[in-house]
Design a protein around this ligand. Structure first.
Ligand code: FAD
Length: 295
């Protein structure tokens, strides 16, 4: 069978794209490996109508509603290879099965590379975050840390005083210039030059090299992001450089430079969130559908 569209990635962006195509009664297949980016967090914030919900609950309700449409199929697996064929694309998954479609949507998201600080990985999404809009409010105005690992640390440190008293831990990873130090001072940010040794087991308490402990409500970091899957590169899709890492370059209709291959969500934006992924997915699903009619 040749599907109208295969969507790789069955999270917020992919399901949202699928919904538009399913409502147009198109035959679609979603291939998903089940590794949502926010699976480490207990709650998701900032998405209209779902503020504070469990991220998995939002995704599973969306999936349930999508699967109620009779033209939708779902495969739980990892797409490992994609190639162009005469009339579309073929995708091979981990089990060895192969699937074909006239259009392809990549909604595969990104992976976060966390700084190597003892204890930090266990607190990711719980006490350690990257996005103040997602998790800053819940720190209830408590003490906030920013662990520098890139020049983006300055941007975070200047923003975060809106959510609580902020300390920027330079950790020998970044040296602000005089103008930046003045900006930080104007925002009331404390700058801590002593290297950081570790973070607490269940609290974001920072232990410095001297043994001094700084108690925090939450710590913000600047993870590097990497595309979660090699499919875009295999297909020859152009990438763009973003502030945290590369993402897939798309036009206004969310189509890549490879005709018939679309991309949406975190994989195709410079900085994403759930609301952006859902909106982007809706636009991409409609664009992929119309490309089946008008060309
Ligand atoms: C700790 C943390 C907390 C966050 N909190 C919030 C929040 O509170 N509010 C908010 O709006 N945003 C939050 N975000 C951001 C949010 O998680 C992302 O913006 C959102 O998940 C992007 O949706 P997406 O569908 O593009 O990608 P994802 O949700 O990452 O989904 C991508 C899907 O594609 C699948 N996939 C990838 N490659 C393949 C492949 N080769 N084959 C098959 N499947 C594949 C993955 O397994 C995954 O299921 C948070 C992020 C993190 C890291």
């Amino acid at each position: 069978m040749v599907y109208d569209t295969i969507i790789v990635g069955g999270s917020y962006a992919g399901i949202s794209a699928g919904l538009q195509l399913a409502r147009a009664r198109r035959q679609i297949l979603i291939i998903d490996a089940g590794q949502r980016r926010n699976r480490f967090a207990y709650s998701s914030h900032g998405f209209l109508g779902q503020d504070g919900e469990h991220p998995g609950a939002i995704a599973s309700k969306a999936r349930e509603q999508l699967m109620a449409y009779p033209t939708v199929e779902w495969v739980t697996d990892t797409a490992i290879h994609a190639k162009a064929e005469q009339e579309g694309y073929a995708i091979v998954v981990g089990s060895g099965q192969s699937f074909a479609a006239r259009r392809l949507i990549l909604a595969t998201g990104v992976k976060d590379e966390l700084p190597a600080l003892p204890g930090l990985t266990a607190l990711w999404g719980k006490k350690v975050f990257h996005c103040p809009y997602c998790h800053g409010y819940e720190l209830n105005g408590g003490m906030i840390g920013v662990l520098a690992s890139s020049p983006l640390a300055i941007h975070q440190a200047l923003m975060l005083p809106d959510w609580g008293p902020t300390t920027l831990f330079l950790n020998e990873a970044y040296t602000p210039d005089a103008a930046q130090l003045a900006q930080l001072a104007r925002r009331g940010v404390t700058v801590e030059a002593e290297p950081v040794l570790s973070i607490g087991e269940d609290q974001a308490d920072i232990t410095l090299a001297s043994g001094r402990i700084i108690r925090l409500a939450g710590l913000f970091i600047q993870p590097r992001t990497r595309l979660s899957s090699p499919l875009a590169v295999q297909l020859g899709c152009e990438l763009e450089a973003g502030p945290t890492g590369e993402f897939i370059k798309v036009d206004a209709m969310r189509e890549t430079n490879v005709p018939g291959v679309f991309a949406c969500g975190d994989a195709a934006v410079a900085a994403g969130n759930v609301a952006i992924a859902v909106g982007d997915g809706a636009r991409t699903g409609a664009a992929a559908h119309q490309s089946l009619i008008f060309r």
